[in-house]
Write a protein that binds this ligand. Structure first.
Ligand code: ACO
Length: 273
């Protein structure tokens, strides 16, 4: 476990690109990668120059799932260490990403297998290359979508699609991933980065507290009764008012009422000052 820099970060135009960086292993998630990813996400959470996080893979792969050797074989006889890494591995993909304060986008540039489905599902948005290959390959090696993956499938995929791909292990391409709603859209690989970065910058131009509320409002409502969700929404709105010093009303609505822009057609940043 002497490797490092299994995750790299670059920040440009308010967008942080987090790259899984084990291209020689198709960016399979080793224990070190999980440890480094937890650290990276913790730092980016409070970092001030980035407002959107994009996750992608180095080279021609997005992520070939768990490192089958380092995770399942090497830790076979060390249940405590297996548990430590298992908890970390599920925590960042399944909880940290889901409730992350900044918008997150998965940019699937190539192979995406097994455990990588939880990265895609954990992100708010996901785009892939048409050429990318997705697969729930677990059944092909006599296992099943374990860890957080089955729950990720249950969250996002239609039952027929989830069970079809889990039980056959058949690979599918980016277009199909978009068709079944697992990702937002697929683009030719040559256009993927430009499309995702343009969208990321558009989102980065919005109010960060409003974006955080968009995420929380949706994510937490999923697990609440309707009454609790409506009550939560009212409290969330008050929190937003406090955090923004009422600017959604004074500027957001105020500038519309002054005829400076039309929120139905674009963001407040376009309001004439
Ligand atoms: N775990 C560990 N090592 C891996 C993994 C993985 N998930 N995926 C690829 N590698 C390694 C290979 O062992 C190989 O290592 P080596 O060069 O030291 O021999 C290297 O990455 C390149 O792999 P190749 O198979 O030679 O590359 P190729 O481009 O032909 O195929 C592919 C890529 C399709 C991703 C293939 O490697 C593969 O099927 N990997 C396993 C995918 C998988 O089933 N992932 C697990 C999902 S289940 C889970 O996440 C719990």
């Amino acid at each position: 476990m002497s490797e490092s820099n299994t995750v790299t970060v670059s920040i440009e135009n308010a967008v942080a690109t987090v790259t899984l960086n084990r291209p020689h292993k198709r960016n399979a998630m080793s224990p070190t990668l999980h440890i480094e990813m937890v650290d990276v996400l913790e730092k980016l959470r409070y970092e001030k120059t980035s407002r959107v996080v994009v996750i992608t893979g180095a080279g021609e792969s997005f992520c070939a799932g768990m490192d089958l050797k380092q995770f399942f074989m090497d830790l076979k006889d060390d249940p405590a260490e297996f548990d430590r890494i298992y908890r970390m591995a599920t925590e960042w993909r399944f909880r940290t990403l889901r409730y992350y304060p900044k918008p997150t986008i998965a940019m699937v540039n190539g192979y995406c297998f097994g455990g990588a489905f939880s990265i895609v599902e954990g992100c708010d948005l996901a785009f892939a290359a048409k050429e990318a290959t997705f697969g729930l390959s677990e059944v092909n090696f006599k296992h099943y979508p374990g860890g957080s993956v089955s729950k990720s499938l249950a969250n996002l995929m239609r039952p027929r699609d989830a069970l079809y791909y889990a039980m056959t292990g058949r690979p599918f391409k980016g277009d199909r991933a978009a068709e079944i709603g697992f990702i937002n859209a697929a683009y030719p690989l040559a256009e993927l980065r430009d499309e995702v970065m343009a969208l990321a910058q558009e989102i980065a131009s919005k109010d960060p507290d409003a974006l955080h509320a968009c995420k929380d409002g949706y994510r937490f409502s999923l697990e609440m009764s309707a009454d609790a969700a409506i009550n939560y929404a009212a409290a969330k709105s008050d929190q937003l008012t406090l955090r923004q010093k009422d600017s959604w009303r004074s500027e957001g609505i105020g500038d519309f009422l002054d005829g400076k822009y039309r929120p139905g057609l674009g963001g407040h940043e376009k309001a004439e000052k």
